[in-house]
Design a protein around this ligand. Structure first.
Ligand code: NCD
Length: 440
Protein backbone atom coordinates (compact mmCIF):
# COMPACT_ATOMS: atom_id res chain seq x y z
CA UNK A 1 0.00 0.00 0.00
CA UNK A 2 1.28 3.43 -0.82
CA UNK A 3 0.30 6.02 1.74
CA UNK A 4 0.77 9.12 -0.32
CA UNK A 5 -0.05 9.92 -3.90
CA UNK A 6 2.97 10.88 -5.94
CA UNK A 7 3.28 14.15 -7.81
CA UNK A 8 3.52 14.02 -11.59
CA UNK A 9 6.36 15.94 -13.16
CA UNK A 10 9.65 17.41 -12.04
CA UNK A 11 9.48 19.57 -8.94
CA UNK A 12 12.68 19.17 -7.12
CA UNK A 13 16.24 17.91 -7.47
CA UNK A 14 15.26 15.45 -4.75
CA UNK A 15 13.51 13.45 -7.42
CA UNK A 16 16.83 12.65 -9.07
CA UNK A 17 18.69 9.42 -8.65
CA UNK A 18 21.93 8.31 -10.26
CA UNK A 19 20.45 5.94 -12.90
CA UNK A 20 17.97 8.61 -13.97
CA UNK A 21 20.62 11.32 -14.22
CA UNK A 22 23.10 9.17 -16.10
CA UNK A 23 20.48 8.14 -18.60
CA UNK A 24 19.19 11.71 -18.84
CA UNK A 25 22.67 13.04 -19.67
CA UNK A 26 22.87 10.39 -22.42
CA UNK A 27 19.56 11.59 -23.78
CA UNK A 28 20.81 15.20 -23.89
CA UNK A 29 23.84 13.99 -25.83
CA UNK A 30 21.60 12.10 -28.28
CA UNK A 31 19.50 15.19 -28.89
CA UNK A 32 22.64 17.28 -29.31
CA UNK A 33 24.12 14.85 -31.83
CA UNK A 34 20.92 14.23 -33.81
CA UNK A 35 18.51 17.13 -33.32
CA UNK A 36 16.63 16.28 -36.51
CA UNK A 37 15.71 12.90 -35.05
CA UNK A 38 13.55 14.70 -32.46
CA UNK A 39 12.21 17.57 -34.56
CA UNK A 40 8.67 16.15 -34.59
CA UNK A 41 8.71 14.42 -31.23
CA UNK A 42 6.13 16.78 -29.74
CA UNK A 43 4.12 17.58 -32.86
CA UNK A 44 0.51 18.23 -31.91
CA UNK A 45 1.38 18.79 -28.26
CA UNK A 46 0.96 22.06 -26.40
CA UNK A 47 3.36 23.29 -23.72
CA UNK A 48 2.26 26.09 -21.39
CA UNK A 49 4.89 28.29 -19.75
CA UNK A 50 3.52 30.27 -16.82
CA UNK A 51 6.07 32.63 -15.29
CA UNK A 52 4.84 34.56 -12.28
CA UNK A 53 8.31 35.93 -11.65
CA UNK A 54 10.75 37.60 -14.05
CA UNK A 55 12.68 35.31 -16.35
CA UNK A 56 14.67 35.60 -19.53
CA UNK A 57 16.78 32.49 -19.93
CA UNK A 58 14.55 29.92 -18.32
CA UNK A 59 11.31 30.83 -20.09
CA UNK A 60 12.88 31.43 -23.48
CA UNK A 61 14.98 28.30 -23.32
CA UNK A 62 11.92 26.20 -22.42
CA UNK A 63 10.02 27.76 -25.27
CA UNK A 64 12.91 27.30 -27.71
CA UNK A 65 13.06 23.67 -26.59
CA UNK A 66 9.34 23.19 -27.23
CA UNK A 67 9.61 24.72 -30.71
CA UNK A 68 12.63 22.59 -31.56
CA UNK A 69 10.54 19.50 -30.77
CA UNK A 70 7.59 20.67 -32.87
CA UNK A 71 5.26 21.58 -29.99
CA UNK A 72 3.01 24.61 -29.78
CA UNK A 73 3.59 27.03 -26.92
CA UNK A 74 1.17 29.13 -24.90
CA UNK A 75 2.56 31.45 -22.32
CA UNK A 76 2.02 33.82 -19.42
CA UNK A 77 5.17 35.88 -19.25
CA UNK A 78 3.87 38.71 -17.10
CA UNK A 79 1.90 37.89 -13.96
CA UNK A 80 0.14 41.26 -14.29
CA UNK A 81 -1.51 39.94 -17.46
CA UNK A 82 -2.99 36.79 -15.90
CA UNK A 83 -5.98 36.19 -13.65
CA UNK A 84 -3.65 35.89 -10.67
CA UNK A 85 -3.76 39.69 -10.63
CA UNK A 86 -7.57 39.44 -10.22
CA UNK A 87 -7.14 37.27 -7.17
CA UNK A 88 -7.52 33.86 -8.78
CA UNK A 89 -6.00 31.11 -6.67
CA UNK A 90 -3.03 29.20 -7.99
CA UNK A 91 -5.16 26.07 -7.68
CA UNK A 92 -7.78 27.40 -10.07
CA UNK A 93 -5.19 28.72 -12.52
CA UNK A 94 -3.48 25.32 -12.51
CA UNK A 95 -6.77 23.50 -13.12
CA UNK A 96 -7.70 25.73 -16.01
CA UNK A 97 -4.32 25.91 -17.76
CA UNK A 98 -3.84 22.19 -17.18
CA UNK A 99 -6.84 21.72 -19.46
CA UNK A 100 -5.16 23.63 -22.28
CA UNK A 101 -1.77 21.96 -22.41
CA UNK A 102 0.01 18.61 -22.24
CA UNK A 103 2.66 19.90 -19.86
CA UNK A 104 3.03 23.01 -17.72
CA UNK A 105 6.25 24.82 -16.88
CA UNK A 106 5.58 27.03 -13.89
CA UNK A 107 7.66 29.66 -12.09
CA UNK A 108 6.38 31.26 -8.90
CA UNK A 109 7.77 33.36 -6.04
CA UNK A 110 6.42 31.03 -3.33
CA UNK A 111 8.24 27.95 -2.02
CA UNK A 112 6.47 24.77 -3.03
CA UNK A 113 4.22 26.38 -5.67
CA UNK A 114 5.14 23.83 -8.31
CA UNK A 115 3.96 20.95 -6.12
CA UNK A 116 0.65 22.61 -5.41
CA UNK A 117 0.19 23.28 -9.13
CA UNK A 118 0.88 19.61 -9.81
CA UNK A 119 -1.87 18.56 -7.40
CA UNK A 120 -4.42 20.46 -9.45
CA UNK A 121 -3.19 20.51 -13.03
CA UNK A 122 -3.94 16.95 -14.16
CA UNK A 123 -0.90 17.03 -16.48
CA UNK A 124 2.84 16.85 -15.69
CA UNK A 125 4.32 20.02 -14.25
CA UNK A 126 7.94 21.10 -14.54
CA UNK A 127 9.18 23.49 -11.90
CA UNK A 128 10.71 26.57 -13.55
CA UNK A 129 11.83 27.87 -10.14
CA UNK A 130 9.68 28.14 -7.01
CA UNK A 131 10.68 30.77 -4.48
CA UNK A 132 13.89 29.85 -2.71
CA UNK A 133 13.18 26.17 -2.91
CA UNK A 134 14.23 24.62 -6.16
CA UNK A 135 15.16 24.94 -9.78
CA UNK A 136 15.68 21.35 -10.91
CA UNK A 137 16.06 21.97 -14.64
CA UNK A 138 18.79 24.52 -13.94
CA UNK A 139 20.54 21.74 -12.05
CA UNK A 140 20.20 19.41 -15.02
CA UNK A 141 21.77 22.11 -17.13
CA UNK A 142 24.56 22.63 -14.60
CA UNK A 143 25.23 18.90 -14.40
CA UNK A 144 25.28 18.53 -18.17
CA UNK A 145 27.77 21.41 -18.48
CA UNK A 146 30.06 19.72 -15.95
CA UNK A 147 29.52 16.29 -17.49
CA UNK A 148 30.69 17.68 -20.84
CA UNK A 149 33.91 18.80 -19.19
CA UNK A 150 34.72 15.79 -17.10
CA UNK A 151 32.52 12.83 -17.89
CA UNK A 152 31.90 11.47 -14.40
CA UNK A 153 31.31 13.93 -11.55
CA UNK A 154 32.14 11.36 -8.88
CA UNK A 155 34.73 12.72 -6.45
CA UNK A 156 34.97 16.14 -8.13
CA UNK A 157 35.06 19.13 -5.78
CA UNK A 158 32.63 21.96 -6.48
CA UNK A 159 32.45 25.16 -4.45
CA UNK A 160 29.05 26.85 -4.29
CA UNK A 161 29.49 30.50 -3.46
CA UNK A 162 27.12 33.36 -2.72
CA UNK A 163 23.53 33.57 -1.59
CA UNK A 164 22.76 30.03 -0.53
CA UNK A 165 19.96 31.11 1.77
CA UNK A 166 17.71 32.62 -0.89
CA UNK A 167 19.12 30.99 -4.02
CA UNK A 168 17.17 28.06 -5.38
CA UNK A 169 19.80 27.12 -7.96
CA UNK A 170 22.38 26.51 -5.22
CA UNK A 171 20.07 24.30 -3.18
CA UNK A 172 19.03 22.20 -6.17
CA UNK A 173 22.60 21.89 -7.39
CA UNK A 174 23.92 20.71 -4.02
CA UNK A 175 21.36 17.93 -4.05
CA UNK A 176 22.12 17.00 -7.66
CA UNK A 177 25.86 16.90 -6.99
CA UNK A 178 25.32 14.61 -4.02
CA UNK A 179 23.30 12.27 -6.25
CA UNK A 180 26.33 12.12 -8.55
CA UNK A 181 28.82 11.48 -5.72
CA UNK A 182 30.59 14.85 -5.98
CA UNK A 183 32.09 16.84 -3.09
CA UNK A 184 30.49 20.17 -2.26
CA UNK A 185 32.29 23.06 -0.56
CA UNK A 186 29.67 25.28 1.01
CA UNK A 187 30.66 28.96 0.64
CA UNK A 188 27.83 31.22 1.79
CA UNK A 189 28.21 34.98 1.96
CA UNK A 190 27.84 36.31 5.51
CA UNK A 191 24.34 35.59 6.80
CA UNK A 192 23.48 33.77 3.57
CA UNK A 193 23.88 30.13 4.58
CA UNK A 194 21.17 27.62 3.87
CA UNK A 195 19.31 26.09 6.79
CA UNK A 196 21.08 23.28 8.66
CA UNK A 197 18.10 20.98 8.18
CA UNK A 198 18.67 20.99 4.43
CA UNK A 199 22.28 19.95 4.76
CA UNK A 200 21.44 17.29 7.32
CA UNK A 201 18.99 15.77 4.87
CA UNK A 202 21.71 15.52 2.22
CA UNK A 203 24.08 13.85 4.69
CA UNK A 204 21.42 11.37 5.72
CA UNK A 205 20.12 10.57 2.24
CA UNK A 206 23.51 10.02 0.60
CA UNK A 207 25.57 8.79 3.56
CA UNK A 208 27.74 11.85 3.17
CA UNK A 209 29.88 13.21 5.94
CA UNK A 210 30.66 16.72 6.95
CA UNK A 211 34.24 17.94 7.18
CA UNK A 212 35.81 21.31 7.59
CA UNK A 213 38.30 22.63 5.08
CA UNK A 214 40.28 25.86 4.98
CA UNK A 215 41.82 28.11 2.41
CA UNK A 216 42.91 31.77 2.52
CA UNK A 217 40.36 32.72 -0.15
CA UNK A 218 37.47 31.58 2.01
CA UNK A 219 37.78 34.53 4.36
CA UNK A 220 37.49 36.97 1.47
CA UNK A 221 34.39 35.16 0.17
CA UNK A 222 32.53 34.20 3.31
CA UNK A 223 34.15 36.04 6.22
CA UNK A 224 35.31 32.71 7.73
CA UNK A 225 38.65 30.95 7.32
CA UNK A 226 37.00 27.54 7.13
CA UNK A 227 34.19 26.09 5.09
CA UNK A 228 32.08 22.96 5.28
CA UNK A 229 32.74 20.16 2.84
CA UNK A 230 30.05 17.59 2.10
CA UNK A 231 31.76 14.45 0.91
CA UNK A 232 30.84 10.84 0.15
CA UNK A 233 32.00 8.84 3.15
CA UNK A 234 34.10 6.42 1.19
CA UNK A 235 36.30 9.09 -0.30
CA UNK A 236 37.68 10.53 2.91
CA UNK A 237 40.91 9.38 4.46
CA UNK A 238 41.05 9.16 8.21
CA UNK A 239 38.95 11.14 10.62
CA UNK A 240 38.89 14.84 11.06
CA UNK A 241 38.34 16.17 14.54
CA UNK A 242 37.23 19.57 15.74
CA UNK A 243 39.99 22.09 15.10
CA UNK A 244 41.43 19.83 12.47
CA UNK A 245 40.26 21.46 9.26
CA UNK A 246 42.22 20.24 6.28
CA UNK A 247 43.66 22.65 3.80
CA UNK A 248 41.84 22.46 0.47
CA UNK A 249 44.27 22.62 -2.44
CA UNK A 250 42.00 22.86 -5.45
CA UNK A 251 38.46 23.22 -6.69
CA UNK A 252 37.29 21.54 -9.89
CA UNK A 253 34.49 24.07 -10.28
CA UNK A 254 33.28 27.25 -8.64
CA UNK A 255 29.56 27.90 -8.94
CA UNK A 256 28.78 31.54 -8.34
CA UNK A 257 25.36 32.92 -7.47
CA UNK A 258 24.09 36.47 -7.19
CA UNK A 259 22.63 38.04 -4.07
CA UNK A 260 18.89 37.54 -4.38
CA UNK A 261 17.97 41.13 -3.52
CA UNK A 262 14.31 40.56 -4.36
CA UNK A 263 14.17 37.85 -1.68
CA UNK A 264 15.72 40.02 1.01
CA UNK A 265 19.48 39.57 0.57
CA UNK A 266 21.47 42.73 1.31
CA UNK A 267 24.18 43.88 -1.06
CA UNK A 268 27.52 43.54 0.68
CA UNK A 269 27.97 42.71 4.31
CA UNK A 270 30.80 43.26 6.77
CA UNK A 271 33.20 44.18 3.98
CA UNK A 272 33.06 40.62 2.68
CA UNK A 273 32.37 40.13 -1.01
CA UNK A 274 30.81 36.78 -1.85
CA UNK A 275 32.10 36.81 -5.39
CA UNK A 276 35.13 36.43 -7.56
CA UNK A 277 37.69 39.20 -7.84
CA UNK A 278 39.97 39.40 -10.86
CA UNK A 279 43.03 39.28 -8.61
CA UNK A 280 41.86 35.90 -7.28
CA UNK A 281 42.00 34.28 -10.71
CA UNK A 282 45.68 33.47 -10.26
CA UNK A 283 45.16 31.64 -6.98
CA UNK A 284 46.24 27.96 -7.16
CA UNK A 285 42.89 26.96 -5.61
CA UNK A 286 41.26 27.95 -8.89
CA UNK A 287 44.01 26.86 -11.29
CA UNK A 288 41.93 23.96 -12.64
CA UNK A 289 38.48 25.22 -11.72
CA UNK A 290 35.79 26.00 -14.26
CA UNK A 291 33.42 28.87 -13.42
CA UNK A 292 29.68 28.39 -13.61
CA UNK A 293 26.84 30.81 -12.90
CA UNK A 294 23.11 30.38 -13.56
CA UNK A 295 22.92 34.07 -14.59
CA UNK A 296 21.89 36.82 -14.39
CA UNK A 297 25.08 38.01 -12.75
CA UNK A 298 25.82 41.12 -10.83
CA UNK A 299 29.08 42.29 -9.30
CA UNK A 300 29.98 38.80 -8.03
CA UNK A 301 31.27 37.84 -11.47
CA UNK A 302 33.22 40.64 -13.18
CA UNK A 303 33.11 40.81 -16.97
CA UNK A 304 36.89 40.57 -17.07
CA UNK A 305 36.48 36.87 -16.24
CA UNK A 306 34.57 36.28 -19.49
CA UNK A 307 37.75 36.05 -21.53
CA UNK A 308 39.24 33.45 -19.20
CA UNK A 309 39.16 29.92 -20.65
CA UNK A 310 37.78 28.67 -17.33
CA UNK A 311 34.60 30.76 -17.77
CA UNK A 312 31.83 28.35 -18.81
CA UNK A 313 28.70 30.28 -17.90
CA UNK A 314 27.75 31.42 -21.38
CA UNK A 315 28.26 27.90 -22.68
CA UNK A 316 26.10 26.75 -19.73
CA UNK A 317 23.35 29.21 -20.77
CA UNK A 318 23.66 28.12 -24.42
CA UNK A 319 22.90 24.55 -23.42
CA UNK A 320 19.60 25.58 -21.79
CA UNK A 321 17.25 24.76 -24.69
CA UNK A 322 19.00 21.48 -25.41
CA UNK A 323 18.71 20.26 -21.83
CA UNK A 324 15.09 21.37 -21.68
CA UNK A 325 14.34 19.46 -24.88
CA UNK A 326 15.49 16.39 -23.01
CA UNK A 327 13.31 17.38 -20.03
CA UNK A 328 10.21 17.46 -22.25
CA UNK A 329 11.14 14.16 -23.85
CA UNK A 330 11.69 12.57 -20.46
CA UNK A 331 8.35 13.85 -19.18
CA UNK A 332 6.04 13.13 -22.10
CA UNK A 333 7.86 11.03 -24.73
CA UNK A 334 9.64 8.47 -22.61
CA UNK A 335 8.78 5.94 -25.34
CA UNK A 336 11.51 7.53 -27.51
CA UNK A 337 14.21 7.11 -24.90
CA UNK A 338 13.06 5.25 -21.81
CA UNK A 339 14.66 6.58 -18.64
CA UNK A 340 14.83 4.97 -15.22
CA UNK A 341 12.06 6.40 -13.05
CA UNK A 342 12.55 9.50 -10.93
CA UNK A 343 12.46 9.15 -7.17
CA UNK A 344 8.75 9.49 -6.38
CA UNK A 345 7.95 12.75 -4.60
CA UNK A 346 5.00 12.22 -2.27
CA UNK A 347 2.19 14.74 -2.46
CA UNK A 348 1.97 14.45 1.32
CA UNK A 349 -0.81 13.83 3.77
CA UNK A 350 -2.97 16.55 5.28
CA UNK A 351 -4.09 14.14 7.99
CA UNK A 352 -2.62 15.85 11.03
CA UNK A 353 -3.01 18.64 13.51
CA UNK A 354 0.44 20.12 13.21
CA UNK A 355 -0.77 23.61 12.41
CA UNK A 356 0.53 25.99 9.80
CA UNK A 357 3.85 25.56 8.03
CA UNK A 358 6.46 27.68 9.87
CA UNK A 359 7.85 28.98 6.57
CA UNK A 360 6.01 32.23 5.84
CA UNK A 361 6.93 31.98 2.16
CA UNK A 362 5.35 28.53 1.83
CA UNK A 363 2.67 28.41 -0.85
CA UNK A 364 0.23 27.05 1.77
CA UNK A 365 -0.02 30.52 3.33
CA UNK A 366 -0.73 32.36 0.08
CA UNK A 367 -3.28 29.74 -0.94
CA UNK A 368 -4.73 29.44 2.56
CA UNK A 369 -4.55 25.66 2.50
CA UNK A 370 -3.30 23.24 5.09
CA UNK A 371 0.30 22.22 4.40
CA UNK A 372 0.56 18.45 3.90
CA UNK A 373 3.44 16.60 5.51
CA UNK A 374 5.82 13.95 4.25
CA UNK A 375 8.47 12.02 6.05
CA UNK A 376 12.02 11.07 5.25
CA UNK A 377 15.16 9.93 6.99
CA UNK A 378 16.50 6.48 7.62
CA UNK A 379 17.83 6.74 11.14
CA UNK A 380 15.77 9.59 12.44
CA UNK A 381 12.41 10.32 10.89
CA UNK A 382 12.11 13.91 9.77
CA UNK A 383 8.70 15.37 9.05
CA UNK A 384 8.67 17.97 6.33
CA UNK A 385 6.12 20.30 4.84
CA UNK A 386 5.30 18.42 1.62
CA UNK A 387 5.12 21.71 -0.27
CA UNK A 388 8.25 23.55 0.84
CA UNK A 389 10.38 20.93 2.69
CA UNK A 390 10.52 22.99 5.87
CA UNK A 391 11.22 20.71 8.83
CA UNK A 392 8.08 20.49 11.00
CA UNK A 393 8.17 20.25 14.75
CA UNK A 394 6.71 16.92 15.69
CA UNK A 395 6.92 15.86 19.33
CA UNK A 396 4.95 12.62 19.22
CA UNK A 397 4.61 9.96 16.57
CA UNK A 398 1.90 7.33 16.39
CA UNK A 399 1.62 4.03 14.56
CA UNK A 400 -1.69 3.62 12.78
CA UNK A 401 -1.47 -0.12 12.96
CA UNK A 402 -0.60 -0.63 16.65
CA UNK A 403 -2.45 2.58 17.66
CA UNK A 404 0.43 3.42 19.98
CA UNK A 405 2.06 6.81 20.30
CA UNK A 406 5.71 7.47 21.19
CA UNK A 407 7.91 10.51 21.74
CA UNK A 408 9.43 11.51 18.38
CA UNK A 409 12.95 10.57 19.52
CA UNK A 410 11.93 7.08 20.65
CA UNK A 411 13.86 4.19 19.06
CA UNK A 412 10.43 2.71 18.31
CA UNK A 413 9.70 5.40 15.73
CA UNK A 414 12.17 4.35 12.98
CA UNK A 415 10.62 0.85 13.21
CA UNK A 416 7.19 2.12 12.19
CA UNK A 417 6.49 1.64 8.48
CA UNK A 418 6.29 5.02 6.73
CA UNK A 419 2.69 4.37 5.67
CA UNK A 420 1.73 3.83 9.31
CA UNK A 421 3.32 6.99 10.70
CA UNK A 422 1.10 9.64 12.16
CA UNK A 423 2.62 12.81 13.63
CA UNK A 424 1.08 14.52 16.65
CA UNK A 425 1.76 17.92 18.17
CA UNK A 426 1.12 16.69 21.72
CA UNK A 427 0.62 13.53 23.70
CA UNK A 428 -2.85 14.57 24.86
CA UNK A 429 -3.97 15.11 21.31
CA UNK A 430 -2.87 11.59 20.41
CA UNK A 431 -4.62 10.08 23.43
CA UNK A 432 -7.78 11.99 22.51
CA UNK A 433 -7.59 10.35 19.09
CA UNK A 434 -7.73 6.95 20.76
CA UNK A 435 -3.99 6.20 20.69
CA UNK A 436 -2.38 4.38 23.63
CA UNK A 437 0.83 5.52 25.22
CA UNK A 438 3.59 3.30 23.86
CA UNK A 439 6.43 4.81 25.88
CA UNK A 440 9.83 6.07 24.81
C1 NCD B 1 18.15 31.78 -11.61
C2 NCD B 1 16.78 31.77 -10.97
O1 NCD B 1 15.83 32.31 -11.48
O2 NCD B 1 16.69 31.16 -9.91
N1 NCD B 1 18.15 32.21 -12.93
C3 NCD B 1 17.98 31.28 -13.90
O3 NCD B 1 17.00 30.59 -13.96
N2 NCD B 1 19.00 31.10 -14.76
C4 NCD B 1 19.15 32.49 -10.80
C5 NCD B 1 18.88 33.91 -10.40
O4 NCD B 1 17.87 34.51 -10.72
O5 NCD B 1 19.74 34.42 -9.70
Amino acid sequence: MRLLPVLEGLHSAEAFNRPFLESFLELVKRVEQQPEGFADALRGRVIATVFEEPSTRTRLSFEAAAHRLGAGVITVADPGSSSASKGETLRDSARVIGGYADLLVWRHPRDGASRLVAQCAGVPVVNGGDGRLGHPTQTLLDLYTLHQQWGSLQGRTIGILGDLLHGRTARSLAWGLAVMGARVVVLPGPGLDWETGFERRILDRFSYRLQRVRHPLFRAWTGAAEARLLAPEGLTQGRLFAGDAQSLDHLDALYLTRLQAERGAGERSQGVFPGLLVAQLRDPLLAKAVFLHPLPRRQELPEEVDRDPRALYFEQARLGPLVRQAVFLAMIRSDLHPLPPLQPLPAGSADHALGACPNRNCISHAEQVRAPWRVEGRIRRTFLCAYCDTVLEVHYVGCRSSRRVHPAHSPQVPKILPENLRPFPSRDYALDQGYLWGGA
